[in-house]
Design a protein around this ligand. Structure first.
Ligand code: MSP
Length: 477
């Protein structure tokens, strides 16, 4: 049986069109999915939208639409953005999908029957932006700690989930599974907070009705995070997809780590479902050093992102520029510099020079000694550990070696067919390794040189055929 790999992104709120921050997580998931695909794994890559809750209900009202009409109008924009970025997901889940709603209700009933849900009174501060309750202590001058907006105090009848009951089990789970929360700096923050104690969690609301009703009391709507988190599981409740659970990794932004590493495993423990293997929380992109925000005009949507230098360059920049897990500032200038200096000058020139010479002089099969400089094991280890930037640095170090080899050996003068073959064969390896990051470009190279993009072909000698000079892969800006 083939190994499986199941990767997810957060499901995004469709209250506006997606921006570079949403693209970031989804591109990283796409890179992993493609990487494991070429390695021969059976891959399931899930993304989608989180469509219930007060935030969506409020935004829909502002647009004079029903919540469903409103979200229906936004979903094509998400799908279109992901298509333009070449994000090849296997399923796009929507929390308004009937089968998802059914799974969530079944689980709520199960958890209720077990005695982990009870009725009480909730009094607290609710931020609609976060769709989450805060205590007075959490507030920042009476405002939401994340959104810095004034926060409403609510009092209502509510059902509670016995989160406190799971404190010990969670701490044991973190201990037994030291890789569950990554990167490690985030792990300690979570563990320390859990050690301080966990309060039972309000998991239902009665003040609005855009959501999934509790099966045991239809007047109550399920807390949107209970509904949303189960998307990862409900997507695997389809024939043929069951084998993908548990998820191998949930990629998320650091803003939602608490929901994914405390609430989510506690809900699963209560429901008697196996826990996911890993949650990786990446850093936060700012735009001109400020928080990405539509109201302040500090935003870059997907068409703008692709408009700078194309989809491959955007994908490449986002993963190369900062280590996954750290924060970074989005700069159009730096994206263009990397596009020009790395993609056009290093990769583009290598392919164009070598293919032009091979067209003129031909190539003769020989052992590829250059490949010894390719640190394949290191690259694999980096990817396994989410070090996308380091993997790219290593691939580009090999591209540098190929370019230096051309200079040193003056291949344009010697026209040595065996050396040209070695370079073509090296370009093949480069294109396969870069495919998860820049699929469009790699596919052009593969078509021109005549090889298939799969792992075993990295070391399998390239078949010799008539080579044509490659089209320009990256136009300098
Ligand atoms: N709907 C919830 C997630 C539910 S998952 C069961 C949600 N949605 S969101 O639309 O607000 O998207 C949050 C995610 O978008 C973040 O966790 C992160 O993955 C990504 N990002 C949004 N803005 C970002 C940045 N400025 N920088 C990096 N990632 C960002 O929360």
């Amino acid at each position: 049986m083939k190994n499986k790999f199941y990767v997810t992104t957060p499901i995004y709120y469709p209250n506006d069109i997606p921006h570079v921050g949403h693209a970031y997580t989804t591109i990283a998931a796409d890179v992993l999915a493609r990487w494991y695909k070429i390695k021969g794994y059976d891959v399931f890559f899930l993304t989608g939208t989180d469509e219930h809750g007060k935030k969506i209900e409020n935004t829909a009202r502002k647009h004079n639409k029903s919540p469903k009409e409103f979200v229906d109008s936004l979903i094509p924009k998400f799908k279109d953005a992901w298509k333009k970025l070449n994000l090849d997901y296997d399923k796009f889940i929507r929390t308004t999908d009937k089968d998802h709603e059914k799974t969530v209700q079944e689980i709520l009933q199960k958890v209720y029957d077990k005695g982990d849900i009870y009725k009480g009174q909730y009094e607290g501060y609710y931020c609609t932006g976060c769709e989450a309750y805060y205590t007075e202590k959490d507030l920042d001058n009476g405002c939401c700690p994340i959104h810095k907006t004034k926060i409403e105090k609510l009092k209502e009848e509510s059902y509670f989930f016995r989160l406190s009951k799971y404190q010990k089990q969670l701490l044991e789970f973190y201990k037994k599974n030291p890789d569950f929360i990554s990167p490690s700096i985030r792990k300690q923050e979570v563990i320390n907070r859990v050690k301080e104690g966990l309060k039972d969690l309000s998991i239902s609301r009665t003040s609005f009705d855009w959501g999934i009703p509790l099966p045991f009391n239809k007047k109550h709507i399920a807390f949107v995070w209970f509904d949303a988190l189960f998307n990862y599981y409900s997507a695997t409740r389809k024939k043929g997809k069951e084998k993908f659970w548990p998820a191998d990794v949930h990629l998320i932004g650091k803003d939602i780590i608490w929901f994914h590493t405390v609430y989510w495993p506690a809900f699963l423990l209560s429901a008697g479902i196996q826990l996911p293997r890993k949650v990786f929380a990446h850093g936060w992109w700012t735009f001109d050093k400020e928080k990405i925000s539509k109201s302040r005009g500090k935003i870059i949507n997907i068409s703008e992102l692709i408009g700078i230098a194309g989809a491959d360059s955007a994908r490449y920049f986002l993963l190369r520029h900062i280590p996954f897990g750290e924060d970074g500032d989005f700069s159009e200038k730096v994206l263009v510099e990397r596009h020009n200096n790395e993609l056009a000058n290093k990769l583009g020139n290598l392919v164009s020079r070598v293919s032009a010479l091979a067209e003129k002089c031909g190539a003769e099969k020989s052992e590829n000694k250059l490949l010894k400089k390719l640190k394949l094991n290191e690259i694999e280890t980096y990817i396994k550990n989410y070090g996308f930037d380091k993997a790219l640095n290593e691939i580009f170090a090999f591209i540098d070696s190929c370019n230096e080899h051309i200079q040193k050996e003056k291949i344009w003068e010697t026209k040595n067919k065996k050396q040209l073959y070695e370079l073509l064969d090296s370009i093949k390896a480069i294109a396969i390794l870069l495919w998860p990051f820049i699929p469009e470009t790699s596919e052009k190279i593969a078509k021109n040189l005549g090889f298939e993009i799969k792992w075993d072909n990295i070391k399998k000698p390239l078949g010799v055929k008539k080579i044509r000079k490659s089209e320009i892969l990256f136009n300098k800006i």
